[in-house]
Design a protein around this ligand. Structure first.
Ligand SMILES: Nc1ncnc2c1ncn2[C@@H]1O[C@H](COP(=O)(O)OP(=O)(O)OP(=O)(O)O)[C@@H](O)[C@H]1O
Ligand SMILES: [Mg+2]
Length: 395
């Protein structure tokens, strides 16, 4: 009897599985976010809206009673709920009557340069995507004009923003199109708005891998030019449209990450405080430094405004984690952000339904769990916002 009667065409099986998975994921998205399967931001309570705008709730109520600005939705209990668009409209209204220009618009002013924040570490699962998505959303909710770039072929940040790469991007549409060596498109062709005013996204998908393959070829043909400036050059086309760009990097130190590093004005290294992670980080730092030396030898300016470590999935009650955290803080001092991102089931559960904690409803969690997580995220993001303001010479 032939042993081969049961063999299958592996290619075919894998391809079928990919198709089935894509269809199932699409169906799941349609059931999660009906009716048009597009994501929407939840509404904010008046307290949340006031905090994001930096005013008192009583002042917001007065605006509402005076018929000024957007009309919030009223609950049966007469509580006011503001949409994310209401929030943006209120911000414009408040800014018009602000004592000083910029009181309610924290973004760039004359002479301030674009902030490009690269979130990196080649350790997989160190929290890069979670950090990038929450940072980009929080900054947009605070009134910054933000561009989030998914530079990871795995496209997790893209999925978090309601775009399913294999379904929505069959013909490309990632940053690769704008940084490729032959026929790059204008970066504006791959930028898409999100359901949060002030937040645009350049999605990712597997196509980004092409850049890792093209670059050695282009280098060998002397056609790559200063390849590590591809991202920076592409961004320069939209420099005046944004205050902050947040780049979610892939978990490897390839040409994509190097290009992001060259474009970055701020570098955030996410680190989960466990021994294996810290050991691999030492290699990451050494390799990064070597690569930056090589780039600098070609005459490129590799100076950055700031570089910080962010502790992720931190558990304050875990003794070994605390030892490692203390060790990192002793070694690197104020280069380690004060606020750690706490490990929270609220964050991982939100991720399961492809949402950030800013998108999910507080009522979906026990209050204490939600509040603890959101306070931790806000503390991290606001510390980064303060760094941004400092590079612009403010606060
Ligand atoms: N603070 C947190 N609390 C609980 N879970 C978290 C937290 N941060 C991240 N996670 C979970 O850990 C996993 C890895 O996080 P994330 O995807 O952000 O890491 P990453 O560095 O982007 O991974 P990769 O290297 O694969 O891109 C995810 O399932 C995420 O939901
Ligand atoms: Mg990731």
């Amino acid at each position: 009897m032939s042993k081969n009667t049961q063999t299958e065409d592996l290619n075919g099986v894998i391809r079928d599985h990919a198709e089935i998975l894509a269809m199932q994921l699409h169906a799941q998205r349609e059931s999660l976010f009906p009716p048009d399967a597009d994501k929407e931001m939840r509404k904010f309570t008046s307290g949340e809206a006031a905090a994001l705008l930096g005013v008192n709730d009583s002042y917001l109520r007065k605006l509402h009673l005076d018929g000024k600005g957007p009309s919030p939705e009223l609950t049966p209990g007469n509580r006011r709920l503001y949409s994310v668009q209401d929030l943006a409209d209120l911000r414009q209204l408040l800014e018009k009557t602000a004592r000083k220009p910029g009181d309610y618009l924290p973004g760039r002013r004359e002479g301030d340069h674009l902030q490009v924040i690269g979130v990196m570490n080649f350790k997989g699962g160190s929290g890069k995507t979670t950090t990038s998505a929450h940072l980009a959303q929080r900054l947009a909710l605070l009134g910054y004009r933000v561009l989030a770039i998914d530079l990871d072929p795995q496209a997790s940040m893209t999925a978090l923003h309601g775009v399913q790469p294999e379904y929505d991007l069959p013909e490309g549409g990632t940053l690769y199109d704008a940084i490729r060596y032959d026929d790059p498109v204008p970066i504006t062709d791959v930028i898409r708005p999100t359901y949060i005013p002030g937040l645009d996204l350049i999605p990712g998908n597997l196509e980004l891998m092409e850049f890792e393959h093209d670059t050695p070829r282009a280098l060998s043909q002397n056609a790559a030019g200063l390849f590590f400036f591809r991202v920076k050059e592409a961004l320069s086309q939209v420099d005046d449209r944004y205050d902050v760009v947040v780049i979610d990097c892939p978990p490897q130190l390839g040409f994509l990450t190097m290009s992001a590093l060259s474009a970055a004005t701020g570098v955030l290294v996410t680190i989960h405080p466990e021994m294996l992670d810290v050991m691999s980080m030492s290699q990451f730092l050494r390799m990064t430094a070597d690569l930056m030396d090589v780039i600098a030898e070609s005459g490129a300016d590799m100076s950055h405004d700031w570089m910080r470590y962010l502790l992720t999935r931190y558990e304050p009650t875990d003794a070994p984690q605390n030892r490692i955290t203390a060790f990192l803080r002793t070694m690197y001092g104020d280069k380690v952000l004060n606020a750690p991102m706490l490990k929270s089931t609220a964050i991982s559960d939100a991720g399961l339904t492809k949402q950030t904690l800013y998108e999910v409803d507080r009522s979906a969690f026990t209050r204490a769990t939600y509040d603890r997580a959101i306070e931790s995220l806000n503390a991290v993001n606001d510390e980064i916002a303060a760094l941004i303001q400092a590079t612009w010479g403010r606060k």
